[in-house]
Design a protein around this ligand. Sequence first.
Ligand SMILES: Cc1cc2nc3c(=O)[nH]c(=O)nc-3n(C[C@H](O)[C@H](O)[C@H](O)COP(=O)(O)O)c2cc1C
Length: 327
Amino acid sequence: MDTKTQYLGLELKSPIIVGSCGLTADVDKMVEMESAGAGAVILKSVFEEQIIYDIKRNTHVVAPTDNYGDSYEYIAMHVADDSLNKHFQMIRDAKSRLSIPVIGSINCYSYENWLTYAIKFQEAGCDALELNMAILPYETSLSADDVERTFNQIVNTLRKSISIPISIKVGTYFTDMAKQMQQLSWMGIQGVTMFNKSVQVDIDTDTETLKNASWLSNPDEIYNTLRWVAILSKKMRCDLSASTGVYTPEDVVKMLLAGATTVQVVSCLYKNGIDTLRTLNEGLQQWMQGKGYDSIAQFRGKLAVQPNDKASVAMRTQFMKYFAKIV
Ligand SMILES: Cc1cc2nc3c(=O)[nH]c(=O)nc-3n(C[C@H](O)[C@H](O)[C@H](O)COP(=O)(O)O)c2cc1C
């Protein structure tokens, strides 16, 4: 049974990989992930504000901190001065102890001089870089064109800055999701990760302050990702990594049938432990065996919308089937 997968040009022994999170800031935990069958690990993100802080501290370049407001102040107050050096040391340690690919991660939201820093992830030994584009259309002054322009500027500059493969992690807030994702895949990057889960904001009614809702996703959050992976996987010119709501071997199989190249897990490891990776891999292999598949390529994308088919027709058909049933 062969679960080997090519992702971002890297060879993975399994398509099940660990998404960026607190667990992937700890090399011992990543060693556990590898022995439980993870195909690759995506490291905990470094934030753009952290990089700007470091640039300012080390070079005395006047970094444009006005853009960042409280988030920059938070970093300046709470992050140890050498946090980035520690991060790069962690990458070197991970590379020396793991044989699976180690993918670096940066969380960004603007086009600024933090981009020059990406080379340090490559120099520290990352096999690829996932850029979490946390650009959300919160401002009433921001149009879809503005967001697209920032995306393009960042991706083009990043491509010139590093030679390791690049994956872009995106959120769900696009007016023209299909078009944007396809165009992104034409920009010479190697992968798109769908989707980033933005922090849910809640309100504490006792203290009358804002607070974060739970960070962890629920199993039923899988459906939005599943839909978009099925719609886009055969229409993109790069790999697609599926993220959000994956908990069971069946979820992994569904994402692969929809056309995902890799399937990321995070919340399920927090809730059920790192060893869940073993259950996911064994379940995938059992399913393949039951179906008589020898390799992932034999079934990946079997249920994706075909390149020349209209997604709207496929999705409308599903809607009509359901609608017909309940009438
Ligand atoms: C505790 C925690 C920390 C996270 N940190 C990051 C991060 O640093 N960078 C990032 O791109 N995503 C981060 N994420 C988001 C995950 O990578 C993933 O996209 C999201 O949790 C949805 O996947 P899941 O349903 O498997 O949890 C984090 C998620 C959790 C739960």
